[in-house]
Design a protein. Sequence first.
Length: 139
Amino acid sequence: IAAGAAAGAGVDLLVGGLTLGAAAIAGAIAGGALQTARSYGNRLLGKLKGQRELTVDDSVLRLLALRQKQLVQALDLRGHAALESIQLATPEDKSWREGKLPQALDKARAHPQWSSLNPGKRQEQAERQEQIEILAQDL
């Protein structure tokens, strides 16, 4: 949206303000429409190809995060030659059970192409790596 508004404002400046800001508004609308078309266009194209988009509920993400955290802690304490199985107790950490998910997970949800399960995965993106580091610090 901002890029479209900036382009429209540039047109306004080029014509000396004769459009009275109409170009900026039109640019913002065009930018918003393009952003929406990209998001929903990919979903629609996927449906036409027979692909389905799956999402995970917040409670499932919370449980996975807590279990992952417990597993990492258990493996840190486990000896190399340990023979017994790992026992995980009920998590005591209530911060992940209630409230909103971390912002890094919300951003990851908005970018399904970041998943390693997708054939067209884009795991080398700097923004993805940044969100991984932020989430690792939260855990």
